[in-house]
Design a protein around this ligand. Sequence first.
Ligand SMILES: [Zn+2]
Length: 262
Amino acid sequence: MVNILFITLSDNLLCKRLYLEKNKYDIIKLIMSLDKIFNKYITEDSFIKLSYEKLKDYGFNRDNTIAGVCLCRDEICQSILFHIRNLWGEVFNFSSFAGLYTSGKIGAEVFISHAPEIERNKKCVFYVFSHIGLGEKEEIGICKRKGLERSTACGALILFLNELSKKDKKTNEVDNHELTFVRQRLLRELSIESPSLLDVTQLALRVTCEDIEKTMENYVQSKGISYALISGIQVHYIDNNYIVPKEAFVLLDNKKIKFEII
Ligand SMILES: [Zn+2]
């Protein structure tokens, strides 16, 4: 009996040691690959937790604020919704192909009208993300999916890039409204002749943040809204999602205050 117990304990310890060794290897590999491409990154649950803590310092919390999210409609992006919902409650969803902002003034108006009315100023927070896959051998755009060892992300941006390289600019397809919007919006801003996938991923995020900020200008002035915008690039890498933090700010009493999440 004692011997059996001894063997069982030894096996468990060995398993635990091997597990830690394996994890150490994964962590080193992860840091090397992500570091080569991005300066800063963090797991998506930590990113949302840290952003919540930051916004609490500016008076935003679960009770007085509504959260909205604008990210790609791709299913591998959706895990972040769980983390946002956990801290902020139910989330207003602006998502579309590539995570561009397609909801216009009406979308913003509806969102604001759903915000709690328990303080002088209504409060809302926008979480904005573009996304990209990163393969285990640092291949940009490659990711895994359930039942698919090799897939790509963001599909809408890759399609856009393929069309650009073939000079096949289908700028107005009536059957593909969202993709038409992606093409038109990005073509309007594109300043590089042969952009990389990372270039258009950064561009997609920048124009989305600008579009939301511009749309919100009216409401900050006329309705005294206080809002926050938290943005980043969602990176799909080895069965996990990471966030590369980008612009983050609050707009309080008509004053824009920028800050960093990490
Ligand atoms: Zn996508």
